[in-house]
Design a protein around this ligand. Structure first.
Ligand SMILES: CC(C)(COP(=O)(O)OP(=O)(O)OC[C@H]1O[C@@H](n2cnc3c(N)ncnc32)[C@H](O)[C@@H]1OP(=O)(O)O)[C@@H](O)C(=O)NCCC(=O)NCCS
Length: 325
């Protein structure tokens, strides 16, 4: 019998505390005008001492389960995309599994800002191979913990939050399909965007603490080209053309990157869902938060062809197209 897989539930959760550009300009030498013009970001949510990628992820997961009408005990697997885990181990996914009362397998994926596309790709392939029927996929980050708050070139960009989806097998249906994903990586360009961690070898330790280090200009150029090429390949695999894309839900890194990507694809910016102004760059949480808001606002509707596309540290990138059921 034919089947497809579709996203049946979604939800997001962000910390209460909002830090505006104005507040940042009182800490470092910057201005609201500069940040808005270069990035499109106006504010970001920042975790409290009690928040973690596990607590925010669990909150988003509960909302997605409720929307899908799925009980946590019926999940077959939990995959959490995060580059700011709650510890080296157990995984953030295992912590979330316990917190929501699930009793399935759980693991984390770290592909930096491309984490959610990578996790969703993995989940859809597990469903296509009939290894699982219901998977909870989460993107959750507390980037504020690895942000260098004295570096104006990076600290203006990042924020904290989580988004989650339930992906399920849909028996006897051809609609709501997820097309083959495209994933790419260039570890040779890692020095353009990285954060060292507690297990970094002393000989490799460029920075004593796990803080984000970035060459913003180079990342900008690399991101636009890599994402555009990934989208073209994903379109080919899905036998579609760029103009078939009804809505693009890109990684929310920077409004100018999103605009440059849409220009490269020959699509109007109006077809991209943009909420970077409210949350900043929340890494692997940005696409599921944007997806959740696009659905709440009815920007993404049944029958739409939707594109997910991301780029981040690794360097890592990915594109995935779905027919929204
Ligand atoms: C970070 C970014 C906004 C910087 O914008 P930019 O136009 O490239 O700016 P530059 O880094 O070239 O800096 C230009 C000037 O602005 C200054 N500047 C940098 N950050 C500033 C800030 N927050 N406020 C005010 N001035 C700032 C620089 O010091 C520099 O000054 P100088 O000309 O006197 O040396 C931009 O490069 C970018 O968005 N890159 C992509 C980053 C990204 O999205 N990474 C995550 C990918 S997942």
């Amino acid at each position: 019998m034919s089947f497809s897989c579709h996203i049946s539930g979604f939800g997001h959760a962000v910390p209460e505390r909002i830090v505006t550009n104005q507040e940042l300009s009182e800490m470092i030498d910057t201005s609201d005008e500069w940040i808005v013009e270069r990035t499109g970001i106006s504010q970001r949510h920042i975790a409290s001492d009690e928040d973690s990628s596990a607590t925010l992820g669990a909150e988003a997961a509960k909302r997605a389960l409720e929307k899908a009408g799925v009980s946590a005990v019926d999940l077959d697997l939990i995959i959490t995309a995060t580059c700011t885990p709650s510890g080296m181990f157990p995984s953030t996914a295992s912590r979330i599994q316990h917190s929501i009362g699930a009793n399935c397998g759980a693991f984390d994926i770290n592909a930096a800002c491309n984490g959610f596309v990578t996790a969703l790709s993995t989940a859809s392939q597990l469903i296509h191979s009939r290894s699982a029927e219901k998977i909870l996929v989460i993107g959750s980050e507390v980037l504020s913990r690895i942000t260098d708050w004295s570096d104006r070139g990076t600290c203006i960009l990042f924020g904290d939050g989580a988004g989650a989806v339930i992906i399920e097998r849909n028996e006897g249906s051809e609609t709501g399909q997820i097309f083959p994903p495209v994933l790419g990586s260039d570890g040779g360009a890692a020095e353009l965007l990285f954060a060292s961690g507690p297990c970094t070898a002393p000989s490799d330790l460029l920075d004593q603490e796990a803080k984000i280090i970035m060459d913003g200009r180079s990342v900008f150029k690399y991101a636009v080209t890599a994402m555009a090429e990934a989208v073209e390949e994903a379109l080919k695999k899905a036998n579609l053309k760029a103009e078939d894309i009804d809505i693009c839900i890109p990684h929310q890194a920077n409004k100018r990157i999103i605009k440059a990507l849409m220009d490269r694809l020959g699509l109007p910016i109006e077809r991209a869902f943009v909420n970077v102004q409210k949350y900043g760059n929340t890494s692997s949480a940005s696409i599921p938060i944007a997806l959740s808001e696009a659905l709440e606002e009815k920007r993404l509707k049944s029958g739409n062809t939707v594109l997910f596309v991301a780029f981040g540290g690794g360097l890592n990138w990915g594109a995935m197209i779905a027919n929204w059921g």
